[in-house]
Design a protein around this ligand. Structure first.
Ligand code: GTP
Ligand code: MG
Length: 444
């Protein structure tokens, strides 16, 4: 097809045609349903609320089962996220449900950083998904999606107002996850107090700019119920897995000396509303919002951080290929610059070491010369001493020879004159007995 034809064809309005008979693509929705059922679903709930507020009990009540529960201690040094995944089945639908508990939330003396591990956990799940998406060989079809679809934020039923910890945490989370605030243990607060408490909470959330999840009203089928339910937020719930006989029926309830609080009685609490909204009506919307709003935001920020963009500075489309080329050039340039820097650093280091070595050599040489001079001086002195000693020894030997000559002469004379006095003899023969090197004299 010529280029002009192609242009004309793509610019043309799409024409409506009627079919001559049944073709079969009206089964597409059924195919989709069948495919989804085969594939199964995943749904991930994050429970945030202080220790012992009733998180586990509510989860057990919501899914009408008993999940593994472990009481948290009040002495956790920091908030810790504990995910647990379960495979549930209802009719022929498989649900991979992950319940993530924020263990130790609100128990630290300094609560400034309480939100951080929660934010990090949510981001890590987004990052894992992004990494899978960016792989050359992706397997998103059977990928276990752990992104958090909803955060149930348990509010303590004080009847006063929200704690600053609640406001800070919800504010930090609202751009990352769908938040549904719920007033826990609603059986501990009176009806009139609860009404005022709900209004107070909503006005505080609005004045602090906290965006909570709104049940969607764009789908006609659920628009009415969702808009009614939006007005009931935050839901005041009661949890219990205990069955109590009311009339001739067994119902889940909490029994008190003064009466029974029925979990599924709408005039007692909003448990049914929560279950309707969370599971029966909006589960798919929560999953979709997570993907199209929260994950999309994370992905955009992350890719922009990595240097990817859709348009160039002149608002012209910028392809991934171009971004890659630009990044590659930048990277190679940076690499070259770093290499040059390293080389220069190495040369400088070598020069410095060379200079240091030369200096050391010079010092050693000087030391050697100094020692050599001292040694020569010592040698000269010893030589002098030796010469003096030799001279003295020679003198001594000469004297000794002279003495011996005299002695032999005197002996000869004595043999001729035997009357010579002893005293004279002694004086004449008194010779030094030793030579002192320190004084340089003969001593007796
Ligand atoms: P940790 O996981 O240890 O932080 O506790 P949790 O938030 O999971 O609370 P859990 O469900 O273990 O409940 C703690 C206590 O609160 C238990 O004694 C429950 O019976 C009680 N409880 C749970 N839900 C409610 C409720 O709706 N009303 C009242 N009055 N008590 C409740
Ligand atoms: Mg628990």
């Amino acid at each position: 097809m010529a280029a002009t034809d192609l242009e004309r064809f793509s610019n043309e309005e799409k024409r409506n045609l009627s079919l001559g008979g049944h073709v079969g693509f009206d089964s597409l929705p059924d195919q989709l349903v069948s495919k989804s059922v085969t594939q199964g679903f995943s749904f991930n709930i994050l429970c945030v609320g202080e220790t012992g507020i009733g998180k586990s009990t509510l989860m057990n009540t919501l899914f009408n089962t008993t999940f593994e529960t472990e009481e948290a201690s009040h002495y956790e040094s920091a908030v810790r996220l504990r995910p647990r995944t379960y495979d549930l089945q209802e009719s022929n639908v498989h649900l991979k449900l992950t319940i993530v508990d924020a263990v130790g939330f609100g128990d630290q003396i300094n609560k400034d950083e309480s939100y951080r591990p929660i934010v990090e956990y949510i981001d890590t799940q987004f990052e894992n998904y992004l990494q899978e998406e960016l792989k050359i060989r992706r397997s998103l079809f059977d990928y276990h999606d752990t992104r958090i679809h909803v955060c149930l934020y348990f509010i303590t039923p004080t009847g006063h107002s929200l704690k600053s910890l609640d406001l800070v945490t919800m504010k930090k989370l609202d751009s990352k996850v769908n938040i549904i605030p719920i007033i826990a243990k609603a059986d501990t607060i009176s009806k009139s107090e609860l009404h005022k408490f709900k209004i107070k909470i909503m006005s505080e959330l609005v004045s602090n700019g906290v965006q909570i999840y709104q049940f969607p009203t764009d789908d006609e089928a659920v628009a009415e119920i969702n808009s009614v339910m939006n007005a009931h937020l935050p839901f005041a719930v009661v949890g219990s897995t205990e069955e109590v006989k009311v009339g001739n029926k067994l119902v889940r309830a909490r029994q008190y000396p003064w009466g029974v609080v029925q979990v599924e009685n709408e005039s007692h609490c909003d448990f049914v509303k929560l279950r309707e909204m969370l599971i029966r009506v909006n589960m798919e919307d929560l999953r979709e919002q997570t993907h199209t709003r929260h994950y999309e935001l994370y992905r955009r920020c992350k890719l922009e951080e990595m240097g990817f963009k859709d348009t160039d500075p002149d608002s012209q489309p910028f392809s991934l290929q171009e971004t890659y080329e630009t990044k590659r050039k930048e990277f190679l340039g940076e690499l070259q610059r770093k290499e040059e820097e390293m080389r220069q650093m190495f040369v400088n280091k070598v020069k410095e070491t060379e200079a240091e070595l030369k200096e050391k050599e010079r010092e050693l040489h000087e030391k050697f010369e100094h020692l050599k001079r001292i040694h020569q001086e010592e040698k000269r002195k010893v030589e002098e001493k030796r010469r003096e000693l030799e001279e003295e020894m020679n003198a001594f030997n000469r004297r000794k020879v002279a003495v011996e000559t005299l002695q032999s002469q005197s002996l000869q004379a004595t043999s001729q004159q035997p009357l010579k006095k002893d005293k004279d003899k002694k004086n004449f023969f008194s010779l030094p007995s030793a030579y002192s090197i320190t004084t340089g004299r003969y001593v007796n």
